[in-house]
Design a protein around this ligand. Structure first.
Ligand SMILES: [Zn+2]
Ligand SMILES: [Zn+2]
Length: 239
């Protein structure tokens, strides 16, 4: 049975449309038995989100808040079909946890368009650690072609509790197909809350239940311990 100890996708007031401070997020995470959270506020192209300076000054934060390790991260917006993202390379190089996500108010979905090439381009970007909520039916892609490349390039594939289960049954269907492909091609996954308030931090029960029910291999789930997450980051980066 899969039990999670880290939440690798959370938002604070910096995101503009989220409502808790990093202290509230970390304290709630500790109460809920988590060892680590990644603070991944939306990058500047999301309306109302943090300025580049927010991300360049993250080192002002303590490594731990209470007993919870806090990773300095970002949820990048993909800006175009070539996979351009919205923070400068020099800054991304020194950040610890970089999610790349397609958001419909930044990259407007086009009816009938195929996003396979875009997702393959993200696989080639060494400054991306995790592909965020790729279960969206608004951005269809060839899972069979893309997941093996993600696996090969060491990209973590996210299963996002909020995105999969609170939007539509089609998201759930896509997430199942995605998880099955990750198991088959041995791609690492992370199961996250995408919490926009402290009340949702660590809330991943439905996604975990889905993986347990599928018999998903536990060793492919990254966030079952803080140590596993930290070892993964170390193995990828020359810090
Ligand atoms: Zn997102
Ligand atoms: Zn998010």
């Amino acid at each position: 049975m899969i039990t999670l100890r880290a939440d690798l996708h959370t938002h604070t007031i910096t995101s503009g449309h989220a409502y808790s401070t990093i202290r509230e997020m970390a304290e709630t995470a500790e109460e809920r038995g988590l060892e680590l959270i990644a603070m991944t506020d939306h990058a500047p192209a999301m309306p109302g989100s943090g300025h580049t300076l927010h991300f360049s000054n993250l080192r002002a934060l303590p490594r731990k808040i209470g007993e919870v390790t806090v990773l300095q991260g970002v949820e990048l917006n993909v800006l175009d079909m070539r996979g351009k993202v919205d923070l400068p390379k020099e800054l991304l190089t020194r950040m610890e946890w970089r999610i790349a996500s397609l958001h419909d108010n930044v990259l407007i979905p086009q009816e009938g368009r195929d996003y396979t090439g875009l997702y393959l381009a993200l696989a080639e970007n060494p400054q991306i650690d995790m592909i965020g909520h790729s279960d969206s039916p608004d951005y269809p892609f060839d899972i069979e072609a893309v997941v093996p490349v993600w696996a090969e390039q060491g990209k973590v594939v996210e299963l996002n509790e909020h995105h999969v289960f609170d939007i539509s049954p089609r998201h759930v269907e896509n997430a199942r197909r995605l998880a099955a492909a990750c198991a088959r091609f041995r791609a690492t996954v992370a199961v996250n809350s995408d919490a926009h308030t402290c009340w949702n931090v660590g809330k991943t029960q439905r996604a975990v239940a889905m993986l347990n029910e599928m018999g998903f291999p536990e060793e492919l789930v990254l966030n079952t311990s803080a140590q596993k997450v930290l070892d993964f980051i170390k193995s990828k980066k020359v810090l």
